[in-house]
Structure formats: structure tokens, C-alpha cells
Design a protein around this ligand. Sequence first.
Ligand code: GLN
Length: 263
Amino acid sequence: MKKILTIALCLMLALSFAACGGNTVTENPTDATEEASKLVLTMATNAEFPPYEFYDGEVVVGIDAEVAAVIAEKLGMELEIVDTAFDSIIPAIVAGKYDMGMAGMTVTEERLEEVNFSTSYAKGVQVVIVAADSDIKTVDDLFGDKNYTIGVQTGTTGDLYSTWDIEDEGLGTVSRYNKGADAVEALKVGKVDCVIIDNEPAKAFVADSENLVILDTAYAEEDYAIAVAKDNTELLEKINTALEELMADGTLQSIVDKYISAE
Ligand code: GLN
């Protein structure tokens, strides 16, 4: 993450939004009367997933936070971001606790049985992080007879896929952590042999560590989208219209470019 961008974003947020704080970060206009009359759009996320959502001080920032802010603005609503465990986002959306789940969340067939997903707004790739001197050189090595221990974040696609493909097949063990960063810490101290996680957070997590590398071969390619309760098709349509607009006019790309430098 480029520090200068973070600072610029911070200033921008400070100028544009009145109140931010704690785990519930409300981004709203300074006009109190307007604020009172606006409906709130609640977004459940897990702010441990840079550059999509992470803390800058007490404020949740990132691609998802900014895209959600633009969507809320288009809907004439006030955005409230709620930081929660990744694996509790879908159950909370199903229960009607929050309006939408936005957390670099991959569209999967299993999740589609529980929630609806918006149009996809980003691509994700599951990658494998290993120690620089690891004997795991390619994804295929995970399917060999070495019985590796794989670190993942609980409930993510990295967890689900490696559980189905590797653990359930008796080819290795999956070790689950609450945060992707904790799985990476476990890798650093040799508690796990690799970490399977999305490519952008992977890049952020290995950035400061000379001893970790990301394998060239991808584990899986996926689409990120916004989860909405199945009975809330009205909101889903509004979100899709807003997303189409911000994809067409370049807003989405400019938000992505702030956080992800072209390779
Ligand atoms: N894309 C992954 C998933 O949807 C991980 C998301 C995350 O950890 N925030 O499961």
C-alpha cells in the first residue's frame, strides 16, 4: 500500500465525511438534517483484507469501502460499515441484520444457495504463500504425498477449496485462523507450510517479509460481488444499476487504481 495514497485518502475522508469511529464506521454528510432524513445502508465486512477493507486508524478504508460509499451516495443513503468476522457475514445478511455484505467476497454456488450476489465488480485469485526456501514449488506439490499443513482464514474460499480438495482427500491438513494475517504469522514461525489466500491481501501480507514468496501458479480464479438477502431484490437491482454506472464511467477503475498499482 502506498503510504502517500493512504494519507491522501485519509484527508479526503476527513474532508468528505463527518463521523468515523470504532467498529461501526458511519460515513455521512456533515449536514445533520440531511443525515437524519437519510436511510442507512449497512455494509457488513471483515476489515482484515487489504486493499479491499482494512483499518486506517479507526476508519475502515479500501476498495470495497469506497465503492460502497459511491453506491450509497447514488442510492441517496447514508453508509454504515460494520466490521465482523468473515464467516458471520452471510448468516447476518440471511438474518436481515445488515443490508449487504461486501468483503472481497467470492461468488460460489454454495453461497448462492443462501444469498443473492450483485454483478461482479472485481476478480480474485487464490494464491499460495510459502517460505522462500520451501519445497512447495507449485500448487501441484500440495497434492503430493507430503501431507502439508495449509493455513487459511476460516470460512473463506481458500479454506473451503483446500478442505474439499486436500484435507477431505487425506492429502494434507487445513489449519484455520480468524484473520489471514494470523495465518501468515503462523507460516513465518513454521506452524503451517503454506497459506492459501486471495492475491491482493497476499501481496500486502508478504510485502514486508523477505522470507515469504507467492507461488507463480494460481490455486483458483474467482469473482467478487456484493451479497444481498434473497428477499431484498429491490436493493439488489439498485446496487446493480449503481455498479453498472460506476463501472461505465470509470469510477470503479479509479478507486481500484488508488489501491492497486498496475503490474
Ligand atoms: N474471497 C475470499 C472469499 O470470499 C476471501 C474473502 C475475505 O477473506 N474477505 O471467501
